[in-house]
Design a protein around this ligand. Structure first.
Ligand SMILES: C[S@@+](CC[C@H](N)C(=O)[O-])C[C@H]1O[C@@H](n2cnc3c(N)ncnc32)[C@H](O)[C@@H]1O
Length: 184
């Protein structure tokens, strides 16, 4: 695992990471959950968060969509431990599952998910094209993938042969329009 993938050590300190980023990323988590809630998913839909860190996005999605099953994957075992702890504390562990996995090698069968999201993780992936291809494999035909990240990093997720477009995202808290999303 590269230093960048490990966030220069911070990926091993899930609670510290969460304390540091919550003031900035919290509104983005809410925005992602609101986007997912507005996606018109059927009851029982499956949603994946790729590079979930301490798992706050899946928990926010599960709260807004009481009938969805949500998965989160992350390379860091420490992040996944913290995510599982939070899901249990929130009483959501029956619908939210966290797994240690690389986005480029996912333990899911083809076409498992109706919707895939990712927040602020793409810029850490060692092989973004492999990650996007693998995420597309586990996305059902006609499903949607929304990768939120710093606008300057979105180009890393643009893969020849996979149609995508960039959109600006207003999170309400970040002082300038730093974040965008890649829609695939
Ligand atoms: C900046 S954190 C973002 C975490 C969370 N999505 C958030 O918005 O707070 C980046 C996360 O990506 C994870 N990561 C980096 N490379 C990855 C990969 N190839 N596959 C899965 N997760 C990865 C790191 O372990 C880290 O938890």
């Amino acid at each position: 695992m590269s230093l960048h993938e490990r966030m220069f050590g911070l990926a091993g300190h899930a609670r510290l990471y969460h304390r540091l980023v919550r003031p900035f990323f919290g509104p983005m988590y809410d925005r992602i959950a609101a986007d997912v809630a507005g996606a018109g998913l059927p009851a029982g839909a499956r949603v994946l968060d790729a590079g979930t860190g301490p798992g706050r996005v899946p928990l926010a999605i599960a709260r807004t969509l009481p009938e969805a099953r949500v998965d989160g994957v992350d390379l860091s075992a420490a992040m996944i431990d913290e995510a599982r702890r939070s899901a249990a504390a929130a009483g959501l562990a029956d619908r939210v599952t966290f797994t240690v996995a690389d986005v480029a090698a996912l333990p899911f069968t083809d076409a498992t998910f109706d919707l895939i999201v990712s927040s602020m993780s793409l810029h850490h992936w060692a092989d973004p094209a492999a990650g996007v291809r693998e995420l597309r494999r586990v996305l059902r035909p006609g499903g949607r993938m929304w990768i939120y990240d710093a606008r300057v990093a979105l180009g890393r997720g643009e893969v020849p042969g996979i149609p995508s477009r960039r959109e600006p995202v207003r999170t309400g808290r970040l002082p300038f329009r730093l974040v965008g999303r890649l829609v695939i």
